[in-house]
Design a protein around this ligand. Structure first.
Ligand code: FE2
Length: 184
């Protein structure tokens, strides 16, 4: 196994609160990022005991298409560590890759009404994949850049609603598998 770190910076033309709503939401993944994610299943959601956030943590399965064709299942767990900061662990059993992500938001220094998304990623992969480290890094950069661009439409929609005085609270649409099977 080998481990390496990557810092990713992406930019949004929208204010930090709108970008945060999108970051917390995972249910848009299966439709807005359909080209790379074809399914999303919520296994468990833990409510925020202090009521600050939409949830405290969640466990999920994200079904992705490697290279656009190979179906691949990722197990993920995320925790809202603080305002504008999410910690997430993803494991891909097929490739044996574990990704630890610290996802943060900052107002853009040039224009504080806009937002920088800064992701600190630590990847652990089998030694066999070491020659492909640069390729993995490039794929990760491309993946987050494309998803960030696709997310701009989500943010534009929320901003449009706010401009019309409609401020719908963020919500979870799906009951987790734990809730469905165990009525927790
Ligand atoms: Fe997204």
């Amino acid at each position: 196994m080998f481990t390496f770190q990557v810092t990713l910076r992406n930019y949004s033309a929208w204010p930090i609160d709108i970008v945060w709503e999108n970051a917390v939401d995972l249910e848009h993944v299966a439709f807005l990022h359909r080209d790379t994610n074809y399914g999303f299943e919520l296994l468990d959601v833990r409510p925020d005991p202090r009521g600050r956030f939409l949830y405290d943590s969640m466990t999920f399965i994200a079904k992705r298409k490697l290279l656009g064709i190979v179906p691949s299942v990722n197990f993920g767990h995320r925790w809202i560590a603080d305002m504008y900061e999410i910690w997430q662990i993803d494991q891909n059993p097929l490739l044996g890759i574990t990704t630890c992500l610290r996802s943060t938001l900052e107002p853009n220094p040039q224009d504080p009404a806009k937002t920088d998304m800064v992701d600190y990623v630590t990847i652990t992969a089998p030694g066999l994949l070491k020659p492909f480290r640069r390729l993995l890094e490039a794929a990760l950069r491309r993946h987050t850049r494309i998803q960030c661009q696709q997310d701009e439409s989500f943010r534009a929609r929320r901003a449009e609603l706010r401009a019309r005085g409609i401020n719908l609270p963020p919500s979870l649409f799906n009951a987790s598998l734990m809730e469905q099977r165990f009525a927790v």
